[in-house]
Ligand binder design. Structure first.
Ligand code: SF4
Length: 266
């Protein structure tokens, strides 16, 4: 859940998730539609699909080694290292964006961070060491204005304060969709089974003379303006009652737009 996503955003999702899926077996038994529903609004839905597939492969028990963990869908070197070291006390390194930044500054080195992370691992408590390193990057060695005066590495850090790195500019994108309602039901189309937001239901693309609302949101490097118009049903799709709408998974912006329009009309 925390990949590309902030702790504050994840916290409630995590609590709901554990309430509904207290064990791996509970995740494995659930239909993927339910797993996606609990993920609704978190984005990067391939993480949820991979977690579900991984739960089905694990047979109720998480493997303890990096090599075995990496065989599971969606688990790369970083996640495998984090699980193996933090959950099972293995001597496994982790390198995430925060660690990369700390290493780049402390050692003035932009490569071979995995080798460095491995060489620095202590004999024991590798999980604590890895978490401390990641937290140092997240809380002290900030991308802009690092807090060097509070940093325990300030005496050994080669670079100290680097010039502030500029964030890449967000690319403005405008999307248009139509809201169609008939006999209390809303018309939606399903996204293709592969690619971005695969399989999620959304308001169909289109425009008309009558705009209902404009909504802004940011996804990775895009600042999206979603304009929703009153429209007619066209193309392939399905009609959903209010109860059915609550059970399906939609991209967060489309869900927000839909809820706003429905509450304004009801
Ligand atoms: S001294 Fe400053 S730049 Fe170096 S690791 Fe600490 S916070 Fe980062």
């Amino acid at each position: 859940m925390l990949q590309q996503t902030r702790v504050e955003t994840v916290r409630d999702y995590y609590r709901h998730w554990l309430r509904e899926f207290p064990t791996l077996t509970a995740v494995a038994r659930a239909p993927v539609t339910r797993v996606l529903k609990l993920w609704e609004g978190l984005g990067y839905y391939s993480r949820a699909r991979n977690l579900h597939r991984a739960a089905r492969q694990m047979n109720g028990r998480v493997p303890e080694t990096v090599a075995k963990l990496q065989q599971l869908p969606g688990i790369g070197r970083y996640t495998a290292g984090a699980i193996a070291s933090i959950a099972f006390g293995q001597r496994a390194p982790v390198v995430d964006g925060n660690v990369t930044r700390v290493f780049t500054r402390v050692f003035a080195k932009t490569q071979q961070h995995w080798e460095l992370a491995e060489a620095l691992l202590p004999e024991k408590n590798c999980g604590d060491f890895n978490q401390a390193l990641m937290e140092l990057g997240a809380l002290v060695c900030l991308p802009v204005n690092p807090r060097c005066e509070k940093c325990p590495l300030r005496n050994v850090c080669r670079r100290g304060r680097l010039p502030a790195r500029r964030k890449p500019a967000l690319r403005p994108v405008t999307e248009s969709a139509v809201f169609v309602r008939r006999a209390g039901k809303v018309f939606l189309r399903q996204r293709p089974a592969t690619g971005l937001l695969a399989g999620l239901w959304e308001l169909p693309a289109g425009e008309s003379q009558k705009i209902l609302l404009t909504l802004r949101h940011v996804i990775t490097n895009r600042r999206i303006t979603l304009r929703v118009f009153a429209g007619k049903a066209c193309g392939t799709g399905r009609w959903f009652s209010r109860r059915q709408l609550a059970a399906i998974t939609m991209p967060a912006a489309h869900r927000r737009a839909l809820e706003k329009i429905l509450s304004a009309q009801d």
